[in-house]
Design a protein around this ligand. Structure first.
Ligand SMILES: Nc1ncnc2c1ncn2[C@@H]1O[C@H](COP(=O)(O)OP(=O)(O)OP(=O)(O)O)[C@@H](O)[C@H]1O
Ligand SMILES: [Mg+2]
Length: 250
């Protein structure tokens, strides 16, 4: 179980402090799939980085399975069972896909056949990729899918995916949904935080959290939140502009 308690975070830009996350609290219980959504720039990726330990909050605490992990490093959190797939995947020059999957799984002896299974799950023809280097020769979608495969291979207690659908074509998108499903079934008590704007991913959520301007705007069971998000401006708010003294959404 992951618990965020009154988390706030700001950055300094041009000498000024800019608050990005405002007093966010929530719980992700074991065995739940949460989808975090909301407008661009709302703070979703920042929150994911705070959970992974890439950023440290200004105030508030993060607990994982009852243990305060606020001061723990990325590596310590990974060892404790938190896995994170970036919105923009990282390239690993000089490392082959097979080695990356072995590293992610924490098994030097992960067989080629098992590694291929992870690639097949994300819709990649394994024989074409297993020996490829994880560098800029891979397309954005291929890189994204390989990164998702590493999170599948890790099989962590808590997996955080930041916009897993980004750059993924429609055919593989269905595979992706099935991969989340399979992961839920194969790792007992596993929980997921998936950042997404996609209705098909929102549809597999147990609960939906909406983050707007760094604040937790809405949260609740999928069926209570989703109808409100679909077809309204509340999921993706327009830009605000001042017109004739009044504010309108464009
Ligand atoms: N290091 C930084 N310096 C300045 N501003 C930052 C920094 N990191 C994040 N921000 C700003 O914080 C806000 C939240 O960014 P974040 O990437 O978390 O949004 P997001 O909800 O993931 O958006 P998207 O849906 O577009 O991925 C944005 O306005 C972004 O420009
Ligand atoms: Mg983001």
């Amino acid at each position: 179980m992951l618990e965020l308690k009154n988390l706030s975070f700001s950055v300094t830009e041009n000498g000024y402090s800019k608050q990005i996350i405002h007093d966010v609290s929530f719980v992700i219980p074991d065995d739940k799939l949460i989808v975090l959504t909301g407008p661009n720039g709302g703070g979703k990726s920042t929150l994911a980085r705070l959970i992974a330990g890439i950023e440290k909050p200004d105030s508030g605490r993060i607990f994982f399975n009852g243990q305060d992990i606020t001061e723990k490093s990325v590596t310590e959190r990974a060892r404790m069972g938190i896995s994170y797939a970036f919105q923009q995947p990282v390239k690993f020059k000089g490392i082959q896909v097979l080695d990356l999957l072995r590293f992610a799984a924490g098994k030097e002896n992960l067989s080629t056949a098992d590694a291929c299974d992870y690639l097949a799950t994300v819709g990649l023809c394994a024989k074409d990729y297993i020996d490829r280097e994880v560098n800029e020769s891979l397309s954005g979608g291929e890189l994204k899918r390989i990164e998702i495969a590493t999170v599948l291979a890790r099989g962590a207690a808590l997996s955080v995916f930041d916009e897993p659908e980004a750059g993924i074509d429609l055919w593989s998108f269905q595979n992706l949904i099935q991969a989340f499903d399979g992961m839920r079934r194969s790792i007992p008590n596993s929980s997921f935080l998936i950042i997404s704007h996609q209705e098909r991913i929102l549809n597999i959520a147990d609960e939906i959290f909406v983050l707007t301007d760094g604040k937790l705007d809405k949260r609740g069971e999928r069926d209570a939140i989703l109808p409100d998000l679909i077809g309204t401006t509340s999921a993706v708010a327009g830009c605000r502009k001042i017109e004739g003294g009044g504010e309108s959404v464009c």
